[in-house]
Ligand binder design. Structure first.
Ligand code: PLP
Length: 501
């Protein structure tokens, strides 16, 4: 592009930060076609020099525009106007019943997340951003033994099509496993899925139609937001207090907008790590039963408790069959085996089996048999005991490091289980998205909080997966994060001090 095209007039007295003005300008140039797809943008250093602003302003503006899908970066070649962009909000069709062309699929957060994950995978970066368990937890030797046993025992039968409901002995093992958590069900009410993610997606497909309203906690699991968007549902987040989802707000929403489904993670919520109190669990069940709105309970972190008292899953308290329970053997055993399950009453179960059959015929039989054998051999119980002990050590290291390294005015959760620390940065400083680039440059990555909010918010929040790193790396990761914060806020202070004309 020609430098002359950047004839932006910056208002240096405005309350709107310079980088925000730059974002607005570039967006308008792209939207109006002045900067078509493929236009190369000046290097951040050059543009900063040309506009007489701090380079960090340009870096932040480019990062945010990349996250929004306006720009794309190509290593070694520079920053360009992206070729294909998320449609502006009015095209997303608030009521998803519009005639969508596949290209119009509302996938808003997708690019920012992929971009975040790409940066987080850079060599040398201590990556707190994922939702994955650490690979050193994986029972690889047990899996090897199990697969050998199964191939000797079942030969080709282990490698043929399985019935859509799942491998019978595994369904029975799931029934036994959840009964220890207080969930009473028959093996016939269990369906095996390709991970918990598929379980959630199938429930959404079985219950909701395009344009329906899905309600979740806010913030919530990013995978749910993705499902809602790709299935073209409306999603509304309900804030939480210390006991869990706010029922006054939920009830108003039910009365006003008749949601089709409530998604909830009562134990070690992702991303906040919060636990819904027993009282709130009962109240939520009463409310859902009263209005006949099914609850999809995600129990994927339920057993990762290293402190505090165990509370029953919603499904264990459910008298009326209003709760559908989804979980898996991914986080607690092996994510790559993709074995999850869903437990529902007979009416929902039948629909779920049809949707599963249509989706992928069945979950791989070898994987189902392998997980079944690991359960039979008591591997899950051993894993949970050892992993939870280690998670506690890592949580303690994270709390310790947070107290030493995070800026004054920051606040964070004290999780009693799960993987995540939920951090709130001081409101007066940079947002988590602004800090992200500086953090990557210092060699640490986290998940930006805003991606977990279905309807906006969370700008100053971030999620740290302490479970994914060893204590020494946790310590070092927080040290780098504190360093990135200091660097960035010094740059901000410089901008304020420097007379710009
Ligand atoms: C809350 C929650 N539900 C579901 C999933 C998906 O898990 P799975 O690997 O079993 O599909 C995740 C993964 O991060 C999660 O955090």
């Amino acid at each position: 592009m020609l430098p002359g095209e950047f004839n932006i007039v910056l208002d240096r007295d405005s309350e709107e930060p310079i980088y925000r003005q730059l974002i607005r300008f570039i967006r308008s140039q792209v939207d109006s076609g002045v900067m078509p797809a493929g236009t190369r943008l000046p290097a951040s250093r050059d543009l900063a020099h040309q506009l007489d602003i701090s380079r960090i302003s340009v870096v932040n503006a480019y990062a945010e525009l990349r996250a929004e899908g306006y720009l794309s970066a190509h290593a070694g070649r520079g920053t360009f106007v992206a070729g294909e962009r998320t449609p502006p909000p009015e095209m997303n069709g608030h009521n998803g019943r519009h005639n969508h062309h596949p290209a119009e699929l509302p996938v808003t957060p997708d690019r920012s997340i992929r971009e975040m994950m790409r940066l987080a995978r850079k060599p040398g970066v201590i990556n707190f951003s994922t939702g994955a368990p650490p690979i050193e937890f994986f029972p690889v030797q047990h899996l090897r033994d199990a697969i050998n046993t199964i191939l000797d025992r079942d030969s080709g039968r282990a490698l043929s099509y399985e019935v859509a409901e799942g491998y019978g002995p595994l369904r029975a093992s799931v029934r036994d496993y959840v009964s220890a958590l207080g969930i009473r069900c028959s093996a016939e009410q269990v369906m095996i899925t390709g991970g918990t993610q598929q379980a959630i997606d199938l429930v959404v497909q079985a219950i909701c139609c395009e344009g329906d309203l899905l309600v979740s906690e806010s913030p919530t699991y990013l995978g749910l937001i993705d499902i809602a968007r790709t299935r073209r549902l409306n999603i509304q987040g309900v804030p939480m207090d210390e006991d869990g989802i706010r029922l006054d707000i939920l009830e108003n929403l039910i009365l006003e907008s008749r949601p089709r489904l409530i998604y909830s993670m009562p134990t070690f919520q992702n991303p906040t790590g919060g636990v819904m109190s027993l009282h709130r669990r009962r109240q939520l069940l009463n409310l859902a039963s009263e209005y006949g709105v099914p609850i999809l309970e995600d129990g994927v972190y339920h057993e990762f408790r290293f402190q505090g008292e165990a509370l029953p899953p919603l499904k264990a308290l459910d008298e009326s069959g209003i709760v559908i329970h989804a979980s898996g053997f991914t986080k607690n055993l092996l994510p790559g085996m993709r074995i999850g399950y869903v437990i529902a009453n007979n009416h929902h179960h039948e629909r779920l089996v049809r949707v599963k059959q249509a989706a992928d015929i069945s979950t791989p039989g070898l994987n189902q048999r392998a997980i079944h054998l690991l359960l039979e051999r008591g591997v899950l119980a051993q894993q949970l005991e050892r992993n939870n002990r280690e998670l506690r050590r890592r949580r303690d290291a994270a709390l310790d490091a947070a107290a030493r390294c995070l800026p004054s005015g920051a606040r964070w959760s004290e999780p009693q289980g799960g993987y995540y620390l939920w951090v709130e940065l001081p409101r007066s400083g940079p947002t988590a998205a602004e800090l992200y680039i500086a953090a990557i440059q210092t060699g640490v990555a986290y998940a930006i909080g805003s991606v977990f909010f279905p309807n906006g918010g969370g700008g100053h929040q971030l999620r740290i997966n302490f479970g994914a790193q060893k204590p020494a790396d946790i310590e070092e990761g927080f040290r780098r994060l504190g360093h990135a914060w200091r660097e960035l806020t010094r740059d901000y202070a410089d901008i304020e001090k420097t007379p710009l004309m």
